[in-house]
Design a binder for this molecule. Structure first.
Ligand code: HEM
Length: 466
């Protein structure tokens, strides 16, 4: 055994990182632990132990909905401080989860993406207008920052009819994003706190940020209710409609209270953009490092839009970009931007035939390591979109790939994210030459979600010869 490792009574290695502490990149730190200690281990930090699983066979068991359900981890408990009982952080048995799920599910079916397509395209055009200016003045683009602007504007417009106008703010982000990132960082750091130190200043700053999030959301809701219309066909409209139904007639309907609607809006603004912007940023990173894959994305886009300067992608076009979709899938395999999810045992059980887990105990799936399980072949670190060809997918266990979590509490926004990201990636590859001017080496920043740090590209307009 490694010097900081001992087997507990249950036979699961315990890796004590208390002496070194948690780094600013806990996911990558824990991936290293998994590489050293294998597919099941407990990470001990002070008094706190977290049980991690990384192998296909163990995750397959943890994904079994009869044995495990979603677990609200310690970090998610911290996120609850500002997202309350929103869908993402709600407990399984909290009535508001089932109500909101029922109200919102239809809004996320594949067909509903047709409703959001125009807003997504409008924001994609904003990205291109901004990038065209970069082409003209020869300055590099900051990829993760621009992808964040684009996904925030998209969820704001498509979900709530609210325009964050992130591309009209120069180099800064909307204050909502800055406050939100600090809140996410606070929930990550709070986990690793020295319980004896004084954290009151940090907590006061967090409270101010959380209040700011709530006030922006109240503005979003007020902008809608002031018009006297609920606007049925977006997320806010559906939620307010369900509320009106209950208030007005008492005649049933799922009914969401205003406090819960506020939590849902915060949840969607957070869940709906951080992860998708990271996915797009990683996809662009891999494309510039893999000229053949970039060429194939370009070819696919060219087949749809030829050399039109300003193509007008239809909803159906996005279904005709299968390789672009494979690139996103593969980017999310290597760097699933929500990199862990937690499961909770429904009853006493035994994992892998030998590791006892008690009813209520939490187990955390470390997704980037699941995505490097031996079932992915000899070279899991290599970017290879052909892993997501229909044949390869059919031959693989559905539990080998979990960037969107699992089961009933899996990501509700998956189709939304993939429609938005596939369209933008294809449009960007169609329009620009992507120039890796700084010979970028991947560094990953963690703010609960993962993003390439300091990734910039220079751009040039593509011509039909490119
Ligand atoms: C849940 C990942 C985009 C809304 C989740 C979960 C994961 C995830 C892993 C499960 C968390 C858990 O089990 O604790 C991602 C990734 C995305 C993405 C990687 C982009 C590439 C979106 C978008 C939206 C969204 C665009 C909204 C428009 C949600 C919500 C939940 C969720 C509301 C909670 C669902 C529930 O428990 O009922 N997401 N997500 N996500 N996601 Fe996403």
């Amino acid at each position: 055994l490694h010097s900081d490792e001992r087997a507990a009574d249950d036979g699961i290695p315990v890796v004590d990182i208390t002496a070194d502490g948690m780094t600013s990149t806990p996911i990558q730190q824990t991936m290293d632990l998994a590489r050293t200690h294998g597919p099941v281990f407990k990470r001990r930090l002070g008094e706190r132990e977290t049980l991690f699983l990384t192998s296909l066979d163990l995750v397959t068991e943890a994904a079994d909905e009869t044995r495990f359900a979603k677990g609200v981890s310690v970090v998610l408990e911290n996120v609850r401080e500002f997202a309350g009982d929103g869908l993402f952080t709600a407990y399984n048995d909290e009535p508001n989860w089932a109500k909101a799920h029922e109200v919102l599910m239809p809004a996320f079916a594949l067909g509903s993406m047709r409703t959001y397509h125009p807003a997504m395209l409008k924001v994609a055009r904003r990205v291109m207008a901004s990038w065209d200016r970069r082409v003209a003045d020869g300055t590099p683009v900051h990829i993760a920052e621009d992808m964040t602007r684009m996904t925030l504007d998209t969820i704001g417009l498509a979900g709530f009819g609210f325009d964050f106008e992130s591309f009209s703010r120069g180099d800064s982000q909307h204050p909502f994003v800055e406050a939100m990132v600090r809140c996410l960082e606070w929930s990550m750091r709070k986990f690793a706190r020295d319980p004896h130190a004084d954290h009151s200043a940090e907590d006061a700053a967090f409270r101010a940020d959380a209040d700011h999030l709530a006030s922006v959301v109240d503005e979003v809701i007020a902008a809608r209710t002031a018009s006297g219309e609920t606007g049925e066909d977006d997320l806010l409209g559906l939620m307010l409609g369900a509320r009106a139904q209950e208030d007005g007639t008492g005649a049933g309907g799922p009914g969401l209270d205003l406090a819960n609607i506020r939590n849902q809006v915060i949840t969607f603004l957070i869940a709906g953009h951080e992860t998708t912007s990271g996915a797009l940023s990683f996809a662009l990173y891999h494309l510039v490092k893999d000229p053949l894959a970039l060429r194939m994305v370009q070819r696919e886009a060219d087949e749809l839009w030829g050399d039109q300067a300003d193509p007008d992608p239809t909803f159906e076009d996005i279904g005709h970009l299968p390789f672009t979709r494979q690139v996103l899938n593969e980017a999310l395999r290597l760097w699933p931007t929500a990199a862990a999810f937690t499961r909770q045992a429904r009853q006493d059980t035994v994992l892998g035939g030998r590791y006892p887990v008690k009813a209520g105990q939490l187990v955390t799936v470390l997704t980037p390591m699941l995505h490097r399980d031996p079932c992915w072949g000899d070279n899991p670190e290599l970017f290879d979109p052909s892993r997501f060809s229909p044949e390869a997918e059919a031959a693989r266990s559905p539990h080998a790939y979990k960037p969107f979590g699992t089961g009933e509490r899996a990501c509700i926004g998956r189709q939304f994210a993939l429609h938005e990201a596939t369209m933008l990636l294809a449009l960007l590859a169609h329009r620009y030459r992507l120039i890796d001017h700084a010979d970028y080496r991947l560094r990953i920043k963690e703010t609960l979600t993962l993003k390439p740090d300091g990734f910039t590209l220079e751009l040039a307009a593509r011509t039909s010869a490119d």
